[in-house]
Design a protein around this ligand. Structure first.
Ligand code: AKG
Length: 284
């Protein structure tokens, strides 16, 4: 299946070998510098993820946002008006636990959440070959459109992030899971509604990933959703990285880092209340 039909049917697709060795070396070096600033407390608080570092603090990531490979992928996937909200470096140390099962959509009050409309997608770039043994992505295919029992569980809790109960079922394998092994240079795109998680990293090297969040058809979203997206972009009303050295947003980036990517930045909507956080769908 080509990328767009797979994304529509399964809720994710893998686009193979689009970033070259130079890109990957540069990303590994940039993420390595950012991760060297991560505190032990941050690691403890995000034990399941491994780390959760906002790329907004590192203006050099403008080059990734503006990379022609991304716009080519978006064209292929027929994203008409993609806007960026946030991005994270998620790095699992050696011998670290699974990432809990979850989905990332927060606008379930909006009726379009139950249609084919994709309001938010992840773009995942793993910085090394990644298989089940070193913590690759695992997904429940089709769960972006067919609600699963796990959609009704709030997985975005501090306790799960800290792995306070390693026996929680959200860390376990599921009968309907599919592993998504990839090679360095591949890019995964997936619908935020998809139930997904990651295997434990059982190997002796870090497993590092960059997740970028985009809104493929931003201009077709309600003003309330657009307003929340702008808040996320501006790091107001939510902050997953409270101990970051300075709280930058991409609007603080020097011009040289914004050029070629600022058309992805959502505009601030004056006088429009942001959509309430609604991370769990109502039972249909
Ligand atoms: O760590 C991973 O492999 C997946 C990260 C993830 O699920 C996310 O960014 O939402």
């Amino acid at each position: 299946m080509t990328a767009l039909p797979q994304l529509q049917a399964d809720g994710y697709c893998v686009i193979e070998q689009v970033l070259d060795q130079t890109d990957m070396d540069w990303l590994r070096s940039l993420c390595g510098q950012a991760l060297s600033n991560v505190s032990a407390e941050h690691r403890e608080r995000n034990r399941s993820q491994g780390s959760l570092v906002l790329i907004a603090d590192y203006p050099e990531f403008g080059r990734l946002l503006g990379h022609p490979v991304l716009s080519k992928i978006f064209d292929e996937l027929e994203f008409r008006d993609p806007k960026f909200s946030s991005g994270y470096i998620i790095s699992k140390p050696p011998q670290s636990p699974a990432l809990f099962w979850h989905q990332d959509w927060w606008g379930w009050n909006e009726p379009s959440s139950f249609t084919d409309q994709m309001a938010q997608v992840f773009v995942m770039i793993y910085l090394q070959d990644t298989q089940p043994q070193n913590g690759c992505l695992r997904v429940i295919p089709g769960s972006h459109r067919k609600l699963h029992e796990l959609h009704y569980v709030n997985a975005h809790t501090e306790s799960l992030s800290r792995v306070e109960n390693p026996n929680d079922r959200l860390f376990e394998s599921l009968p309907d899971q599919v592993a998504v092994p990839i090679n360095s240079g591949d890019v995964i795109v997936g619908d935020a509604r998809l139930i997904h998680g990651a295997f434990p990293n059982e190997q002796s090297e870090d497993r590092t990933l960059i997740t970028l969040w985009f809104h493929p058809n931003y201009n077709s979203l309600t003003p309330a959703l657009q307003s929340r997206i702008s808040e996320i972009f501006l790091r107001t009303g939510v902050d997953t990285d409270p101990d970051a050295p300075e709280k930058k947003t991409p609007l603080d980036w020097p011009d040289e880092n914004r050029v070629g990517c600022d058309f992805y930045f959502p505009k601030k909507l004056a006088g429009i209340d942001p959509n309430p956080w609604c991370r769990i769908p109502e039972r249909q």
